[in-house]
Design a protein around this ligand. Structure first.
Ligand code: KIV
Ligand code: ZN
Length: 512
């Protein structure tokens, strides 16, 4: 019988470590609900000892997730374990995930600990965590660059202390698939009690090999894959969930394994992650990129018409890419909107529906056809971005070939309205100058990009910005049929995220 590969999603923890990808508690909850619907087995909600905000978000996620395991990360410190446990203790299925580095370079320079001390610490911490709950994961940070026999020794000690999952991370994305597969086989053959635990892998994408390494590890016998949606994560990111799942799904004869992922929820989940984090997916990204199912060459199109299997190894519907996207127009009622949102996975309260309906009508007045993508934007911007410091109330710009670009902006800042006007090199520059003046922001604009979220001249413009202030980096995202308004929204969203980061500083000094 085929064996199951456990899908451990760390979008909310390692994914959130992508530069600028911080999410507030409401956004994390929304994503957690979607990940449960997608069918992940374990959801790593965060690192509670890192900040008060992270602790709260993990506790809230633990409260909403019903059937899957909720993991909280902790260093091998008693205080971290206590914090992690306090955040997830009310979850239906809690998991404590603790880690310590096992490579010589990390032990000598970062931890300043010798091998004996690391083994002892791993053993004692896992034992302590086990006194709190049953499901304990232990990770050997920088495992792929660790001495193989020492790695097995640490794993043995962790299993003896009660660990139920052993995770082997390629923390710095250094491994090569064949070598990583061999390492998995070695660990399985030389860790005497490995049969009492599940062997997991966690790969980073510094050489673009995270998915290949994870697949090689599964082929060699690993039975848990740690992944993120769209592959977001520290530096070049983590292994992408959709790539691993669809590789296993598309090549069943090659891999005698299965996952619980409901593949038709992959695309909506990918969109949600992009919208929440502001990190757009590259067009040529496997599975979820805009071009992943687009056939441009004439020969390919001809083949596709004759038989789609000539050039398509997966069906777009399998990952939830709908072909008929036209949904609602200005005459659609509240009932139709509610039931369509339900189909998209948004089960809104009456209050939330009222707000979304109002925004939907405003958009339908400007744009003939409201598409799924538009609705997703309304829900994310309208529901998930509540309780923000800065809100756009009004924007007027004047520009053209013979006038100096001018902007007038009214912002609500902590519930009080402020208005100002100013000039700039163009209408967006003028708008940004006024917003900076009204908010007193000293942030630097590192990146600004505009795209359209669907086809046609009435498409909504989607703007993303990257802001930096005092070493903090935040991404902002805004959409609107008017790209100047979309730009203003993106800037304000970025400023709100900076405020969130200032209020929730990461307290730990250890880099993970
Ligand atoms: O990359 C890594 O080593 C990690 C561990 C904490 C699992 O994220
Ligand atoms: Zn990692």
């Amino acid at each position: 019988m085929n064996e199951k590969v456990i899908i451990f999603d760390t979008t909310l923890r390692d994914g959130e470590q992508s530069p600028g990808a911080s999410m507030n508690a409401g956004e994390k909850m929304r994503l957690a609900i979607q990940l449960e619907k997608l069918g992940v087995d374990v959801l790593e909600a965060g690192f509670p000892a890192a900040s008060e905000g992270d602790f709260e978000a993990v506790a809230q996620v633990a409260g909403v997730v019903k059937n899957i395991e909720v993991a909280a990360l902790a260093r091998t410190h008693k205080d971290d374990i206590d914090r992690a446990w306090a955040a997830i203790r009310h979850a239906k299925n809690p998991r404590i995930h603790t880690f310590i580095a096992t490579s010589d370079i990390h032990m000598n320079y970062k931890l300043k600990m010798n091998r004996e001390q690391v083994v002892k610490t791993a053993f004692e911490t896992v034992k302590y965590a086990k006194s709190l709950t049953d499901s304990i994961e232990f990770s050997a940070e920088d495992g792929s660059r660790s001495d193989r026999d020492f790695l097995c020794r640490v794993f043995e000690a962790a299993i003896e202390a009660g660990a139920t999952t052993l995770n082997l991370p390629d923390t710095v994305g250094y491994a090569i698939p064949q070598e990583f597969g061999d390492l998995v086989k070695y660990v399985m053959a030389h860790t005497s009690n490995i049969h009492k635990a599940v062997l997991s892998v966690h790969c980073h994408n510094d050489l673009g090999l995270a998915t290949a390494n994870t697949i090689a590890a599964i082929y060699a016998g690993a039975r848990q894959a740690e992944v993120t949606i769209n592959g977001i994560g520290e530096r070049a990111g983590n292994t992408s969930l959709e790539e691993v799942v669809m590789a296993l799904h598309t090549r069943p004869n090659f891999f005698p394994v299965y996952t619980n992922i409901k593949t038709e929820h992959i695309y909506p989940t990918s969109r949600l992650v992009s919208m929440i984090t502001g990190i757009m997916v590259q067009p040529n990204k496997a599975i979820v990129g805009a071009n992943a199912f687009a056939h441009e060459a004439g020969i390919h199109q001809d083949g596709m018409l004759k038989n789609p299997m000539t050039y398509e190894i997966m069906k777009p519907e399998t990952i939830g890419l709908s072909t008929s996207k036209l949904v609602l127009g200005k005459h659609s009622g509240r009932h139709a909107l509610r039931s369509h949102l339900k189909e998209l996975g948004y089960d809104l309260s009456d209050e939330e529906l009222k707000l979304v309906f109002k925004k939907f009508k405003e958009l339908a007045d400007k744009k003939k056809h409201v598409l799924d993508e538009d609705l997703e934007v309304i829900v994310t911007e309208g529901i998930l971005r509540t309780a923000e410091v800065f809100n756009l109330e009004y924007l007027h710009v004047s520009s053209g070939t013979t006038v100096k670009p001018t902007a007038t902006v009214k912002l609500k800042i902590n519930e009080k309205s402020f208005e100002g006007s100013g000039y700039g090199n163009g209408p967006i520059d003028a708008t940004y100058n006024v917003i900076a003046k009204l908010t007193g922001s000293k942030s630097e604009l590192l990146r600004f990009s505009v795209s359209a979220i669907s086809g046609g001249t009435d498409a909504q413009g989607e703007v993303t910005v990257r802001l930096k202030e005092n070493g903090l980096i935040a991404l902002g995202r805004g959409t609107d049929p008017d790209i100047i308004t979309a730009s203003a929204k993106a800037y304000i969203n970025g400023l709100n995220r900076l405020e969130y980061l200032k209020a929730n500083p990461i307290e730990t000094s250890e880099v993970i």
